[in-house]
Design a protein around this ligand. Structure first.
Ligand code: PEP
Ligand code: MN
Length: 294
């Protein structure tokens, strides 16, 4: 099977042979030099700030969601996360509350004023998810679901696109290109770890991808250390590293009672962890402003 990148390269070679200069990809710095700033409700992603997206892996019930949302807001998250449709490895694991989860997210937004990001897995659910979400997430497993990407290009909602476990940076950018080509330039890229031979962590966080992406594309780049490492002990240092490397923000899982979480409890920060992380990031961000200005 020919990959999207290979066919794009073949098309470019053919155009070059005909003396036609290939058009720059819409995601590229050649097409747009200045950083894209994505806006979702009160939140801004890109343009020099450091945006924190936080919340539980999954929306489980009203109490859990509201408690987590209040913690996220209290300590300065800009966007609340929570999955209503969950891509689970096992079909017997909790699959999310679906539409009921979207309602709970809307309730959490009403109470905190925080915009919400949530995943869509099926093209059939896009309209429903778009009616509730301020940002629509495409998960790692769907990064090359081209039907989903094409449809999201026509939706008037920002998209948070997660890198796949096995996608190269080029393939990741081509996936984003589908959304931009459809007319939606409000795309946030999210590095969330890739699969390597290493088994000590859930995945391997590819922080070098942040530098490469920031050079190649004008789109904002955030890092999800939670899914990268799978263990809350490592989330804080890698969140700090993400800020230091120049990411536009992070997405972290945080749960009021991680021990009771129905999904990804081991990697979810406790409220206290989250509070500490936020004060460290605030201090580091002031320093970063200084060194980026040099
Ligand atoms: C998530 O962020 O809820 C998630 C499932 O992550 P990923 O798609 O990166 O595995
Ligand atoms: Mn998760």
């Amino acid at each position: 099977m020919v990959s999207a990148v290979e066919s794009q390269e073949a098309a470019a070679a053919e155009a070059a042979a005909r003396g036609v200069k290939p058009r720059a990809l819409l995601v590229s710095r050649e097409a747009k030099a200045s950083d894209t700033v994505v806006r979702a409700g009160s939140a801004v992603v890109g343009g020099g700030g450091f945006t924190v997206i936080a919340g539980p892996c999954s929306v489980e019930n009203a109490e859990q969601m509201i408690c987590s949302a209040r913690i996220a807001q209290r300590y300065g998250a800009a966007i609340l996360r929570g999955g209503a449709y969950k891509p689970r490895t096992s079909p017997y694991s909790f699959q999310g509350l679906g539409a009921e989860g979207l309602e709970l997210l809307a309730q959490a937004r009403r109470l905190t004023g925080l915009p919400v990001v949530t995943e869509v897995m099926d093209t059939a659910d896009i309209d429903l998810v778009a009616a509730y979400a301020d940002v629509i997430q495409v998960g790692a497993r769907n990064v090359q679901n081209f039907c989903l990407l094409k449809k999201l290009g026509r939706v008037r909602r920002p998209v948070l696109l997660k890198r796949g476990l096995m996608t190269t940076i080029k393939e990741f950018l081509m996936a984003a290109e589908y959304i931009l080509a459809g007319g939606n330039d409000q795309v946030i890229l999210c590095e969330r770890g890739i699969r390597t031979f290493e088994t000590a962590t859930r995945n391997t966080l590819d922080l070098s991808a942040v530098c490469v992406l920031k050079e190649m594309t004008h789109l904002p780049v955030v890092v999800d250390p939670s899914h990268a490492v799978g263990n809350r002990r490592y989330v804080k240092p890698l969140a700090r590293a993400s800020l230091a490397v120049g990411a536009d923000g992070i997405m972290v899982e945080m749960h009021c009672t991680p021990d009771k979480a129905l999904c990804d409890g081991d990697q979810s920060l406790t409220p206290k962890d989250f509070k500490n992380l936020m004060s460290e990031l605030n201090a580091m961000h002031s320093l970063r402003r200084g060194w980026l200005a040099c």
